[in-house]
Write a protein that binds this ligand. Structure first.
Ligand SMILES: NC(=O)c1ccc[n+]([C@@H]2O[C@H](COP(=O)([O-])OP(=O)(O)OC[C@H]3O[C@@H](n4cnc5c(N)ncnc54)[C@H](OP(=O)(O)O)[C@@H]3O)[C@@H](O)[C@H]2O)c1
Length: 284
């Protein structure tokens, strides 16, 4: 596993396990357990996924099996924007800790930058200072918004989790993230499985063949080598194992450029700049 040192000195695995749409409790518990068995140490969930208790059950099972210690795990959750008012945010964080069965959370993100972002951020700062959260960050936040947030608050976000994959590499956004020392984490690194097209790209297939890897592994490797942390989701044990098995090969500079050339710079899933997507999010 490769780690990223965040701007507050905390170490975060560059590859983790995503749990969006893993809503069946038994399946979720099992998948988290399988992920930890396979070597994942970062687990990504959110209040809005409705699975924090099942994720917590998977973590507990892994700890009971002695697969790792709590301090080796990196648990991320997110606060939904309907809970951004001060008291609601505190309640949401307490509930996340209770459901996950943990005394502290490694990373908490503001899920989307809607509603009372400032109030929620200050609650995250409060929990961070109290040691209940080890690092705080944002998600789906454009550079203009995080520059504003940074300038009027005490603690800088450690991470921005944004849709990032082969067709939406966020090369422009990355420059701003680097300028402000905010780590870049890709959600939907495999395009949420919507894009068979991505797996069939000739440039991807050539590299998969050369290194004896699958297209998914080439894409995840490309992102990690681009200093983008990834959190692929799968409920299938063989894919869970496949997706973490990317640390035994390295793409060379030309190969990296051949994949960078596939960027279409357009999000397919979450786009905070598209008014119709924002309107849709408001219905949640
Ligand atoms: N912050 C946010 O707003 C936000 C938004 C979306 C996601 N996320 C986080 O990011 C995580 C990952 O994103 P995601 O779940 O949207 O999409 P993803 O990880 O890009 O793709 C998941 C899909 O790809 C399939 N898949 C996984 N591994 C595969 C492989 N090796 N070969 C072929 N297909 C494979 C999965 O199917 P099976 O499960 O059937 O294997 C699933 O349908 C989420 O789970 C969540 O934790 C955050």
């Amino acid at each position: 596993m490769i780690y990223k040192v965040l701007n507050n000195g905390i170490k975060m695995p560059m590859l983790g396990y995503g749990t969006f749409q893993v809503t069946d409790a038994a399946e979720c518990k099992n998948s988290v357990l399988e992920a930890i068995r396979a070597g994942y140490r970062l687990i990504d969930t959110a209040q809005a996924y409705g699975n924090e208790d099942a994720v917590g059950a998977g973590i507990k099972a892994a700890l009971d099996e002695g697969l790792c210690t709590r301090s080796e795990l990196f648990i991320t959750t997110k606060v939904w924007f309907r809970s951004f008012e001060t008291e609601d945010c505190r309640k949401s964080l307490d509930e996340s800790m209770r459901k996950l069965g943990v005394e502290y959370i490694d990373m908490v993100l503001l899920h989307w930058a809607f509603g009372n972002v400032y109030a929620a951020w200050r609650v995250l700062e409060e929990y961070y200072k109290a040691g209940k959260i080890k690092a705080i960050g944002v998600s789906n936040m454009e550079a203009d918004r995080f520059i504003d947030l940074i300038n009027f608050n005490e603690i800088k976000p450690a991470l921005n989790q944004i849709e990032t994959h082969l067709y939406c590499q966020r090369l422009e956004e990355k420059k701003w993230l680097e300028k402000y020392s905010i780590a870049h984490q890709a959600y939907s690194p495999l395009g949420q499985g919507r894009s068979n097209e991505m797996f069939s790209e000739p440039a991807v297939k050539v590299l998969a063949e050369k290194y004896g890897k699958t297209p998914a592994q080439v894409i995840l490797r490309f992102l990690v080598q681009s200093d983008v942390a990834v959190i692929p989701k799968s409920v299938h044990t063989e894919r869970i194992r496949e997706n973490i098995n990317i640390f035994d090969f390295e793409l060379n500079e030309d190969e990296m450029l051949s994949l960078q050339a596939l960027d279409k710079a357009s999000p397919m899933i979450g786009n905070p700049e598209a008014p119709e997507k924002v309107e849709f999010a408001m219905t949640w």
